[in-house]
Structures are given as C-alpha cells and as structure tokens.
Design a protein around this ligand. Sequence first.
Ligand code: ADP
Length: 482
Amino acid sequence: MKLIHQFISVINPFIRKQISLSSLQFRLTLELVLLSILGLSSVAFWAGWQLSQNLIIAHKGTLEYISARFPEQVELYSEMGSIEVGLNRSVYKASTDGVMVWVKRNDGMLLVNSPGMDMQSTKITQMISLTKVPTYPSLIYISDRYLVICARTLTIKNNLVGTVYFSKDITLEKNQLNHSIRSLIWVSILVILLLMLAIASRIRHALRPLQQMSQVASTLSAEDLKAAKLELHQAPDEILGLAQTFNQMLLRLSDSWEQQRQFVGNVSHELRTPLTVVLGYLQSLLRRGTNFSDYQKQALETAIGETERTIRMLEDLLNLARADSGNLHFAVNPVVLNTLVAEVAAMSQNVSNRQIILISNDQQVVACADQNRLQQVLINLVDNAIKYSSPEQPVELKLEKTEKQAIIHICDRGIGISLAHQNRIFERFYRVDESMTRSRDGTGLGLAIAKSLIEGMEGHITLRSKPGEGSIFTIILPLWNP
Ligand code: ADP
C-alpha cells in the first residue's frame, strides 16, 4: 500500500504538470532507469547463464570421469570371470547417482544396461541410438528431457566389444535452475521498479531548487526586485552556488533599477521647471498676440497642448519617484465613496458624453482614503474604460462593501487585455502593443500611478479581463472604522 502511495506521488507530477518530454527531469529519469534496466538484466542474464553452465559442466565432468574409467573397470572385473560378468559389474557400479549405462554390440544388440532403466528410459535409449552420440559429454534435449550423454567404443584386451553409452538425466535440476532463474528475473523486475521510484523521486528532489529558481524568476517584477531572494537550505553545493549567483544578479538588477528610477526622478524634476516657464510664455504669447495668422495660432495651441501633456507626464513621474522613496504623503480621512463615485461618474459622463452607470445598494460605504488621490485614480480608470471601449458601450461603476473592505469595480465592455499583458499592465510605461491601443492617446503611466497611489492608501488594485469581452479593474480599500 505504502509502495502504491509512493508510486502515485512520484508519477503525480508527470500527470498533473504534464512534464515535458524534453525536460531534464524526464530525460535524467529515463536515462537512469534505462541504464539500471540494462545493468540489472545483464547481471540476471549472466548469473542465470553462469549457473546453468556450472550445472552442465559439473555433470559433464562426472560423466567424463565415469566414461574414462569404464574400460579399465571392465578389464579389472573380467579378470575375476568372463567379460559379461565384468560388463555387468562395471555397469552396475557406474549406474549410481542417476547415471544410465548400456552397452551395445556393433550389430545393435543390447549387451547390458543399468538396472532400473524403465520404459521411458528405454524409449530415450532408442532415441539416443538414432542420433549421433558424441564422444565427449554433451547436453541434448530430447522429448522434454535434458540429458548429458556420451558414447565410447569399448575395447577389452584388444577385442572390440561394442559401444558403451552413458547418460545422465538432469531435467529435474535443469527445471529447478530454470525456476530459480525465473525467480531471479521477477526479483530483478521488482528491483528495477523500486529503482525507478527511487531514481524518479531523487531526481525530482534534486531538481526542486531549479524549479524554485524558475518560479522566483517568473514571478519577478521590477517592483519586487529588492525583496526577491532565493532561499535554499538543503541543496547540493553546485545549486547553492547557482542560487548565490542568482541572488547577486538580483541585487545588481535591483541597484541599477533604483539608479534608473532616481535618474528618471531627477530628470523629471529638472525638466518640469523650464517646461513650466515655456508653457507660461506660450500661453501669454497666445493671449496677447493680436496679429497671428490662423496657422501660427494653431501651431501655438499645439505647442501648448504638447507642453501641458509633457508637464503632466513629468508630474506623474515625479509622483512615482516620490512614492518609491516614501516621500509621497497621503491625507487619509474617512471618504464617503457613494458621493465620490457619483461625482466621478457625473464628471466623466459630462466630459465624454458616454453613459456611466452607477450600481450600488443604498448602504453607505465609508473608506479610509486620500480623497483627491482616490478621485485621480478613479478618473484615470474611467478614462481608460471609455478610451478602450466603443462609444455605444456604457461604463459601469459598482460600489460594494464587505465586513472590512470597501470595493469599487470599474467595468467596461471594451477590447479587454490578454492574460499575457495582465501581469505587466501595472508596470511603468507598459502599453499593450497593439494597433488598437497604440493609436489612442496615452503614456502608459496611468495604471502604474493608480497602483502606487492605492497601495499608498493601504489598499490594492486588481484586474480581471478577457480580450474582446471587456475589463474589470477593482479597487479594494480598508473600511473606515471610527
Ligand atoms: P495609457 O496612458 O496608455 O492609457 P495606462 O497605464 O492607463 O496608460 O494603461 C496602460 C495600458 O493598459 C494601455 O496602453 C492599454 O493598452 C491598457 N489598458 C488600460 N486600461 C484598459 C482597459 N480598460 N481596456 C483595455 N486596455 C486597457
């Protein structure tokens, strides 16, 4: 039972995760299992063959000895009487231990044979007489029986008596040996299965740190580079070394990311002041100029529009830089979300001429939040919902509350965002690289700011979306608890 459980636990990852056939885990397991099958089956085969050879060689040796001494013995016993007596005695003496001996004259007549040669044995004798019997003891297989046999020409005192045959039936021993070999094969199969389990589980265990590494790397984003660290305790030295290098690389990445952020913050700060001055001059030029042609006026308006957009972007970047360094301050107070969400809906509806539906039950929802910043986030999300859906589709704002949380859903039935982009959508400057969104105005900073502001208010923001069906951005904030 325990074995079955272990087996299931080992093959489970293969079934559940459908481990790729080209994965290191699969290949190593397969190679080692094949090698152990090869190794064990060779040992089993060799051991079986060796045992069988030993058995045959031992019996051949006995028969060789008996057959070599037989003429000598006949001669010895013949001295006490006739050759027949000598033959009978010698055959009787040689027929111990299952050895059958019989002597035939050259004309085929049986002169003498071992006592107790039954019918079956006689049948064998006849069969043997049909085949050419070798002089040196050999193993033959006749009528389901294994026999070691040999034959010698018998010459006594220079007289040719005939041929003496020796045979030993080793079927029983051979069958016992075959039975042992079969048991050996079963034991080998069992050992191979156990080895397979042990190898698969060992390899899975050994490769776990690599899986951990890949998990850390796959979930890593620029935001959590600083906190990301691979903690391995019971890994081999090589993997520990790799993990250490991986952690050092994360540290370097985090440092350079930090420098890049600081650089962006500094540049934004340095650019904002001169750009504000440029905007002031452009606006006053447009206000005071009286003799501008239409083309000049349009050029000035475009320049003002672009400068305003750039200043807004620089302000967003500065806010992000402040949030990163913890210098963005929040005036967290009780905020009646019913009012705030209704205001945002009305404002966006006026500006965009799009239907904004507010869905809430009558209960009042008061959250802990910075009203202005929350309003900024809501406007941004509603603006996106309008931007990325077709004009006839309404945008819905749903207000809910649970025991401890206030929840606002901003839902649209627009183009949606694929799963691959959803993981990165809150990163700075990240925009879905599709012509449908590229053509729309934007910087790719809105969602990054929304995330950083909401998290600054101890809340969080999530996204559920399906391409072609729409998106739902959800803001969760702590409820006000007086
Ligand atoms: P942008 O200024 O480009 O709108 P955001 O950070 O607000 O920047 O959004 C980043 C990207 O996320 C957008 O470029 C767009 O591809 C995608 N996106 C945001 N909101 C939606 C939405 N409601 N529906 C589909 N895509 C959206």
